[in-house]
Design a protein around this ligand. Sequence first.
Ligand SMILES: NC(=O)c1ccc[n+]([C@@H]2O[C@H](COP(=O)([O-])OP(=O)(O)OC[C@H]3O[C@@H](n4cnc5c(N)ncnc54)[C@H](O)[C@@H]3O)[C@@H](O)[C@H]2O)c1
Ligand SMILES: [Zn+2]
Ligand SMILES: [Zn+2]
Length: 391
Amino acid sequence: MTPVDRRADDGANCLFPREGAVQTRAAVLRDVGKDFEIVELDLDAPKTGEVLVRLEASGLCHSDDHLRTGDIPVRYPIVGGHEGAGVVEAVGPGVTRLAPGDHVVGSFLPVCGHCRFCARGESNLCDLGRFLFDNSLPDGTFRLHEGATDFGQMCLIGTFSQYAVFPEASTVRIDDDIPFDVAALVGCGVPTGFGTAVNAGEVRPGDTTLVYGVGGVGINAVQGAAYAGAQYVIAVDPVEFKRSTARTLGATHAVASAEEAAALALELTNGVGADQALVTVGVVSEEVVSAAFAAIRKRGTVVLTGLAGPTKKTVQISGFELTLFEKRLQGALFGSSNPFDDIPRLLGLYKAGQVKLDELITTRYSLDEVNRGYEDMMAGRNIRGVIIHEH
Ligand SMILES: NC(=O)c1ccc[n+]([C@@H]2O[C@H](COP(=O)([O-])OP(=O)(O)OC[C@H]3O[C@@H](n4cnc5c(N)ncnc54)[C@H](O)[C@@H]3O)[C@@H](O)[C@H]2O)c1
Ligand SMILES: [Zn+2]
Ligand SMILES: [Zn+2]
């Protein structure tokens, strides 16, 4: 199929300068250290196994800021955004699961369904993850261009764009009655945080769980721990607004520092220590990992979900303590969730009122306001900011 021809549309931003291509406004990073720039790009028609998506909403996850600082190393230039929802406008050859008009969420990790890891039910580790450096489509080529320059798409989707071509492998169909702004959040922050607690942390009824960092990811670790039955969920964040929000979404306690959290965990467990310490801070440091490791009990688990630059040695722990106390340190990507299972599952819990999503959106922005959205995130003013796309 060829893309829907919207040349007759009134939409001023939806121009088709050449057959099969569409122009789209997008927030891009041209190099490390540069802010997002809003540009008009040419978007090719979807190729085999790809779909054209009209993005309606996109969450502002901290990971896109890591692209700006270089903490996540990628090829530039790149269209930011990996937390988005919208409507399928057209499908390329060979696409059977999706059709124009379908409401979809972009999974920040593509899932092929048949590599070794997908076959084991560990689809967050799908071999298609090898494209996350170049951020091309899975055939190795790019769909977004400015003249002769190819633009990558953050996590193969690039949701800070009015339109994008997604791999079918990244495109999860959702029910039509779910608002796009909350749907966007289940492309990354919600499953990442919820799964950090429930999958990687294996929170059990009666547990005492520490969550360091209450952003768009950590707030869902709080929700996940509470949902899984933790008796005590202790949120740790220096920002008072984060602590008060955590208290409304499942935290039994909220404190400003790791020292207070450690003391509280010991007090609540009769000196045993926390069952889990979940690290979801914006930029991980050696201090927070060491504090988390010190706060857990024997055979307790630290889950490391937050990121820092790849050369930073953020894990400096005593092997002696690791061995003799059988402490565990576990990394988690996408909360060790399976996108095509967990995204609809979490939206089901949302519809049932058991996972809160509307409450996670602090501020809505236009695409042009993307840099202000990131300033607000860094200043601690947002649980999650969301871009609402205009067409
Ligand atoms: N592993 C994955 O699959 C995955 C997926 C998405 C995001 N991430 C990473 O998770 C991290 C969190 O993302 P986010 O979007 O929630 O970020 P965010 O900036 O919205 O939230 C981070 C929070 O951490 C708090 N914080 C900072 N330092 C702290 C400290 N020392 N102790 C306690 N709290 C502290 C901040 O006040 C803020 O509230 C980022 O590093 C992001 O890149 C990882
Ligand atoms: Zn993210
Ligand atoms: Zn796979």
